[in-house]
Write a protein that binds this ligand. Structure first.
Ligand code: NAD
Length: 295
């Protein structure tokens, strides 16, 4: 297929390379010269701008920072420029409102569009093992699926337009809440004289268990290897968790949902990022919850 790929950053770079590796003709564009050069090295063809990238495309994939970039790129460079039989896939994590609005505009302009945000970080983007949560019509999903399968290990239809974004931010709100709770629990356990490993052995098999504990333990040397064992480097940056929590809180307010725990997690991550922890893994919040903690 001829695929236009716009947004070749940390995530998009690896995703575009996987599409090229699968034999597609990838026409790439990014505002960053360095990102474009790297994509070219990895099998994509450089386009002069986004509108040139989508010319004659059978599919358009975008992986951009936020809703405003997505709206801007589709309105200025995709609608009316890509052939109307091209399937449009936005894989960025953006607010549900903008996702629905842009998809409505796509439909009015004669296109089929899906929101397909991902779970999994840079390593999963490189390795082609992302999980995609897809919002859109059944037909749109079926057209998007074979393309997404070449960049991921799981492709799930979440529902109508915007449902992919909804699933992504609700899941990440729960992740932020369980991580904050898990960190608090380890800090309290330590203050009560419990060995962290012993507490892990008990709680990971008891009712306090969660993915944040068993698969992503925030305490170094306890449980499987995690960013905690690498000085909280790599992994899922705290500033991205904060971005997702903000999106979840905005969506909750618009939907009239009461989310006190999500609000608490947002506040904790806001404080952590403002203290300079933004690029650390999100499990590093344990260091703020108890400053005396010496991992
Ligand atoms: P990034 O900042 O590394 O990449 C975004 C790219 O978009 C940049 O290269 C930038 O130059 C480009 N860009 C911005 N505006 C543009 C425009 N108008 N035209 C062309 N290119 C433009 O971000 P990322 O880490 O790759 O994340 C992308 C999306 O994926 C975000 O929505 C993020 O929340 C989501 N996400 C990231 C991760 C992760 O671990 N990094 C995990 C899951 C989801």
């Amino acid at each position: 297929m001829r695929i236009a790929f716009i947004g070749l950053g940390n995530m998009g770079g690896g995703m575009a390379a996987n599409l090229a590796k699968a034999g597609h003709e990838v026409r790439a564009f990014d505002l960053s010269e360095a990102a474009l050069a790297k994509a070219e090295e990895r099998g994509a063809t450089r386009a002069a701008d986004a509108a040139a990238a989508v010319e004659g495309a059978e599919a358009v994939v975008t992986m951009l920072p936020a809703g405003k970039h997505v709206a801007e790129v589709y309105r200025s460079a995709v609608f009316g420029k890509a052939p109307t039989n091209a399937i449009l896939l936005d894989c960025s994590t953006i607010d549900v409102g903008t996702a629905r609005q842009v998809e409505e505009e796509a439909r009015a302009a004669g296109y089929e569009m899906v929101d397909a945000p991902v779970s999994g970080g840079i390593a999963a983007a490189e390795g082609g093992t992302l999980t995609f949560m897809v919002g859109g019509s059944a037909d749109g999903f079926e057209r998007a699926r074979p393309i997404l399968e070449q960049m991921g290990k799981a492709v799930i239809h979440a529902g109508e337009s915007g449902a992919g974004q909804a699933a992504k931010i609700v899941n990440n709100m729960l992740l932020g809440v369980t991580m904050a709770g898990t960190c608090e629990a380890f800090v309290l356990a330590q203050k009560l004289g419990l060995d962290p490993q012993v507490f892990f052995d008990i709680s990971s098999k008891a009712s306090g268990q969660s993915w944040s504990m068993t698969s992503y333990c925030p305490v170094p040397g306890v449980g499987p290897e995690t960013p905690a064992d690498r000085g909280y480097e790599g992994g899922f940056a705290a500033q991205l968790m904060l971005k997702d929590l903000k999106l979840a809180m905005e969506a909750a307010q618009n939907a009239g949902a009461y989310t006190p725990m999500g609000g608490e997690a947002e506040e904790l991550y806001e404080r952590f990022v403002s203290r300079g922890g933004g690029t650390k893994d999100f499990s590093a919040i344990i260091k703020m919850i108890d400053d005396s903690w010496t991992p």
